[in-house]
Design a protein around this ligand. Structure first.
Ligand SMILES: *Cc1c(COP(=O)(O)O)cnc(C)c1O
Length: 239
């Protein structure tokens, strides 16, 4: 193996150990949690090595970086997640490679995603991004809709051609009542997921937890963790 592939394999093994330990501590089966590796700012060559090492889910947050990378990796058996704030003028490009968009947080995005998914003859899975620092009806600094906005957006996605409502996503807030209380934040997201599933039983994905707080997310019941830094290293630039 190359040095880089060795490094990625070692990091992956450590993350795998953390997830397994967190599942055991929470009395959950390891299969209940899916690892999504966030490859933003890292090259397509890393994505290829991760695929060779058994990774099946990758995530990106900027279309300009993601589109060429996904094109270079289109031969790999990967599911691509888009997790960044989505401008409507990027939706056509994103729909070209993203199997899931985890950052759905306004009705305009739903409308455009639906239109482009139908046009591309693709089905795009959608997660509503919840901002737990936004107040009930506000919006988050880094995207996301307050808890009071989930139902309306979820109904809109569920009724939109080309889209599939898959669940909820959050990023632990840095401000507000949940600042520094990651597990409480993720437990709140789980409660919101329970509410959502009353109307939309199939929307059972709960995407929460990153390198620093994946244990808290697994403890709270997350089905998907999104890990970048702990697998690929500290990012060379903001992303
Ligand atoms: C970058 C990013 C991650 C991964 O964060 P790390 O701290 O590098 O693990 C997860 N989710 C989203 C939405 C991100 O933008």
């Amino acid at each position: 193996m190359t040095d880089r592939k060795d490094e990625l394999a070692g990091n992956l093994a450590k993350v795998e150990e953390r997830i397994a330990a967190a599942c055991a501590a929470a009395g959950r089966k390891r299969e209940e949690v899916t690892l999504i590796v966030v490859t933003k700012t890292y090259p397509a060559s890393d994505v290829r090595m991760l695929s060779e090492l058994g990774v099946r889910h990758v995530a990106e947050n900027k279309d300009q970086d993601a589109a060429p990378k996904a094109a270079e990796c289109s031969d790999l058996p990967l599911t691509w997640h888009f997790v960044g704030q989505l401008q409507t003028n990027k939706v056509r490009s994103v729909v070209g490679y993203a199997d899931l968009v985890q950052s759905v947080d306004r009705s305009k995005v739903v409308t455009v995603l639906s239109k482009e998914a139908v046009r591309a003859e693709r089905e795009v899975g959608c997660l509503i991004q919840v901002a737990l620092d936004a107040g009930v009806t506000g919006r988050g600094e880094r995207g996301g809709v307050g808890p009071g906005g989930i139902e309306e957006l979820a109904d809109l996605v569920a009724d939109a051609p080309g889209l599939r409502l898959d669940g909820l996503m959050t990023v632990a807030p840095l401000t507000g009542e949940y600042a520094g209380r990651e597990q409480a934040a993720f437990e709140r997201l789980m409660d919101l997921s329970t509410d959502l599933r009353r109307a939309h039983p199939a929307a059972n994905m709960v995407s929460a937890g990153m390198s620093a707080d994946l244990e808290q997310a697994v403890a709270a019941g997350a089905t998907h963790v999104r890990v970048g830094t702990s697998v690929l290293g500290v990012r060379p630039r903001l992303g």
